[in-house]
Design a protein around this ligand. Structure first.
Ligand code: ZN
Ligand code: ZN
Length: 96
């Protein structure tokens, strides 16, 4: 089941289940759209993959399948990200 994480991993912005800004990679690393567009350039800083909009879980299922409460806040280290960014930023996520 998809983990609906509560915040952006980089800037810690709140990303509730119905957020229009929540983006995820294939491992559910979760960032806000601003960070994805202006800092990560669609390269996940953990795995190098691209991002898609996170789907919203229908509210009638939230009691049975609750969202995650665990905050993951790991601000980007620009130097260590540089290599990953150079490797992947010019490839679409389908080509990585
Ligand atoms: Zn962010
Ligand atoms: Zn990732």
């Amino acid at each position: 089941m998809l983990e609906i994480r509560p915040t952006c991993e980089n800037c810690n912005k709140a990303l509730p289940n119905n957020s229009k800004e929540a983006m995820i990679c294939t491992f559910e690393c979760t960032f806000c759209k601003d960070c994805v567009d202006t800092i990560l350039y669609n390269v996940c800083s953990n795995c190098g993959g691209g991002f898609s909009k996170r789907p919203t879980r229908p509210s009638h299922l939230l009691e049975k399948y609750p969202v995650s409460a665990e905050i993951i806040h790991k601000p980007l280290h620009k130097d260590s990200f540089k290599e990953l960014l150079e490797t992947f930023k010019n490839l679409t996520s389908r080509e990585r």
